[in-house]
Design a protein around this ligand. Structure first.
Ligand code: ADP
Length: 256
C-alpha cells in the first residue's frame, strides 16, 4: 500500500504486465485509490491474483507484441467502460548477453515486446486519451539512462523507450496528453529473488545505491500514481529514476 491518497475515482486505467512484480503493485495502487483498472498480461492466473478482492479490478489477456491484440484490448476497454484515462505500459522482457552472443531471435523478441508493444499501445490509446485529457506512464529502466555490462539488447530497448516517451510528450502536449516514465533501478521481484535474498550476490548492487537498500515494487507504484495524478499536471516528458540514487553517481568507482 502506498501512503499518499490520490483521487482516481471514475478513471479507467490499463496496466500491462499487471500479473507480476511492479505491474501488480501499480495495479493495486490504482485500485486502492479509486480507479477502475484493467490488468493485462498473457496468463490469466497471475492477473486474477492481482485483482482478487477488488470489485473495480478487471483482467484482459493480451500479447503486447501483437498490434492486433493491443487494438482489440483498447477497443474493448473503451467499449465496456466508455473512456480511457491512464495507460501504464509496464510489460517487458529481459535477456542478457554480450552482443556477439545475442541471437537475432532474442534481439527481435526484446524489441518486439519492449518497444513495439509500447508503440502499439500508445498509438491505439492516444485517440481516447486526447478525448479524456489522459496520460501515459511508462515503466522503463535505469538501463535506458546509462550503459550496462552484458545487457546490450535490453539496454538498447530501454534507451529507445525513453526517447519514445520524450518525443510523444512533445507531440501530444498541446493536445492535453501527458507522457512520463519512471526508470526503476534494482527492484526486488520474484524474478531476481535469488540475488536480493543473497547478501553476497546483492552486495555489488547495493554498493552503487546511495540509499543502501534495494527497491520495492511499491516504490515504483508510488511514482506511477503521482505521475498519473493531477498533482503532476505540469509534468510531461520526464524519465524519473526510481533507483535509490544509483544514477546520481558518475559511475566512477567509490574510494571512500
Ligand atoms: P517486473 O514485474 O519487475 O516489472 P517482469 O519482467 O516480471 O518485471 O515484468 C514484466 C511483465 O510483463 C510480466 O508480468 C510479464 O508477464 C509481462 N509480459 C512480458 N511479455 C509480455 C507480452 N508479450 N505481453 C504482455 N505481457 C508481457
Amino acid at each position: 500500500m502506498t501512503s499518499n491518497t490520490y483521487h482516481f475515482e471514475g478513471k479507467v486505467v490499463i496496466v500491462t504486465g499487471g500479473g507480476t512484480g511492479i505491474g501488480r503493485a501499480v495495479t493495486r495502487a490504482f485500485l486502492d485509490n479509486g480507479a477502475t483498472v484493467v490488468a493485462v498480461g498473457r496468463r490469466q492466473a497471475p492477473l486474477d491474483e492481482t485483482v482478487a478482492g477488488y470489485e473495480r479490478g478487471h483482467t484482459h489477456i493480451t500479447d503486447v507484441s501483437s498490434h492486433e491484440q493491443v487494438a482489440e484490448l483498447v477497443n474493448s476497454v473503451v467499449e465496456e467502460f466508455g473512456h480511457l484515462d491512464v495507460v501504464v505500459s509496464n510489460a517487458g522482457v529481459f535477456e542478457g548477453g554480450e552482443v556477439e552472443h545475442v541471437s537475432d531471435e532474442v534481439w527481435h523478441k526484446l524489441f518486439s515486446v519492449n518497444l513495439d508493444g509500447l508503440f502499439y499501445l500508445t498509438k491505439e490509446a492516444l485517440p481516447h486519451l486526447i478525448k479524456s485529457h489522459g496520460n501515459i506512464v511508462v515503466d522503463t529502466s535505469v538501463s535506458g539512462l546509462r550503459g550496462d555490462w552484458g545487457q546490450t539488447a535490453y539496454n538498447s530497448t530501454k534507451h529507445a523507450m525513453n526517447g519514445f516517451v520524450r518525443c510523444v510528450a512533445l507531440d501530444y502536449g498541446a493536445k492535453g496528453v501527458r507522457v512520463n516514465a519512471f526508470a526503476p533501478g534494482f527492484i526486488e521481484t520474484d524474478i531476481n529473488k535469488e540475488v536480493w535474498t543473497d547478501p553476497e550476490r546483492v552486495k555489488p548492487y547495493l554498493d552503487r545505491v546511495a540509499l543502501g537498500r534495494t527497491g520495492r515494487a511499491e516504490d515504483c507504484a508510488g511514482i506511477a500514481l503521482f505521475l498519473a495524478s493531477d498533482d503532476a499536471a505540469y509534468l510531461t516528458g520526464l524519465v524519473v529514476p526510481v533507483d535509490g540514487g544509483t544514477t546520481a553517481a558518475t559511475g566512477q568507482g567509490r574510494n571512500s
